[in-house]
Design a protein around this ligand. Structure first.
Ligand code: PEP
Ligand code: MG
Length: 388
């Protein structure tokens, strides 16, 4: 639960609190009746969780035979087992910055190599998409000294930082390439804004490959590379960027932030963070079309991919891959398996006719409630409420 502006002022030590993350409701000091009601809800939730596990082995395929690849987002090697258990067909986003956090010093090549290798081996034969370091903005690493910036989200972060700290970038690319000798690896570069950045990344990668070859290391010489589409500029030139890479992966957490000019971590403007904003939908459509005309895979690895309510929209837009935190995989797969690609495409056409996010949301919720009544019950108020 995020964006509860008054929660910290209202919650006192020792107060009973019910947090219903599925509906976005927080109840302070619940009555006995409310407590009982939520206890029953919790039991039902746990029962449904068990039922969802049956989706693990089933294909993520629509009723009209269209397949979509579902992958997991991981930060640590231990999370790979959970992703596999929930049916992931690979890792769509391995956030490597966690290897750099909460520790003294920067991990050396060998340590990084061992960490990446473990993820790759655990996930084999499925691919692992390793994202290069994405520090700065909201992600801080104790031993990386980022100077104070007035606008960190617009400052020296992600690929900009790596291109400036070439030694650190080299070390990481060496470790990733060496890990590619143990299974299928794809490299993902974060927060690309233009062609120059991706071309620099490719040049550096080629130099690293030459050095590793000279040193006798094994690696996948044909390793696939992709970029995260997280900025409006990347959306607008997606067609050009798609010519340079093997796949595109949309980071909606940042794309929404930059597209709608709202700080993703600022609770005061959290109400403006609207994944269904017509600008966001159009941006996603542009990226899918760019990928399709270049004949490359387009995925989405931001939180939007994990929301079952959006599953039909993303299917209709034409995404090939959805990558998310493991627990959401069966929920999204359940929708895909009960849907037709054709109806998803019609839904997108309808949604794109609305001019505001609330209109899009209302229409989508109504459609999903009608279409999947057991999965989307009648809308509950999405506000924090107090029982007393
Ligand atoms: C994103 O921006 O959507 C994304 C997946 O990257 P992160 O959340 O790590 O910034
Ligand atoms: Mg991001």
């Amino acid at each position: 639960m995020v964006g509860l502006e008054s929660a910290t002022a209202l919650v006192r030590e020792g107060l009973s609190v019910i947090i219903d993350g599925t509906s976005g409701i927080v109840i302070l000091n619940p009555s006995q009746a409310t407590f009982k009601e939520y206890l029953e809800k919790k039991q039902l939730y746990e029962y449904l969780e068990q039922e969802l596990l049956s989706y693990r082995e089933l294909a993520a395929e629509t009723l009209d035979g269209h397949s979509i690849t579902l992958r997991g987002n991981v930060e640590l090697a231990e999370e790979v087992d959970l992703a596999l258990r929930e049916g992931a067909k690979g890792v769509g986003l391995y956030r490597t910055e966690f290897l750099f956090m909460n520790r003294a010093g920067i991990p050396e090549e060998e340590e990084q190599y061992q960490a990446y290798r473990e993820v790759v081996e655990r996930m084999a034969p499925h691919p692992v998409t390793i994202r290069t370091l994405d520090v700065g903005g909201d992600k801080l690493v104790s031993d990386i000294d980022l100077s104070e910036e007035a606008n960190p989200a617009l400052g020296l972060r992600a690929i900009r930082f790596s291109l400036q700290e070439e030694k650190l970038f080299n070390t990481q690319l060496r470790a990733i390439l060496r890990a590619s000798a143990h299974g299928k690896v794809r490299i993902l570069f974060p927060m690309i804004t233009g062609l120059t950045e991706i071309r620099c990344c490719k040049d550096i990668l080629e130099k690293v490959k030459i050095a590793l070859t000279a040193e006798g290391y094994a690696f996948d010489a044909e390793i696939q590379i992709g970029i995260m589409i997280e900025t409006p500029s990347a959306v607008l030139i997606a067609e050009l960027l798609a010519q340079e890479v093997d796949f595109l992966s949309v980071g909606t957490n940042d794309l929404i932030q930059y597209c709608l000019a709202i700080d993703r971590g600022n609770e005061h403007v959290a109400y403006l963070y609207e994944p269904l904003h017509p600008a966001v939908l159009r941006a996603l459509q542009m990226v899918c079309r760019a990928g399709q005309s270049a004949g490359i895979e387009v995925g989405i690895c931001g939180e939007m991919a994990a929301e079952p309510l959006y599953a039909l929209v993303l299917l209709g837009l034409g995404f090939d891959e959805l990558s998310m935190n493991a627990p959401y995989l069966p929920r999204v797969k359940r929708i895909i398996r009960q849907a037709r690609r054709s109806e998803a495409a019609e839904l997108v056409t309808e949604l794109l006719q609305f001019g505001t996010a609330p209109e899009v949301a209302r229409c989508l919720q109504e459609k999903m409630q009608q279409r999947f009544p057991g999965i989307f019950p009648a809308q509950q108020a999405r506000k924090a409420s107090a029982d007393s």
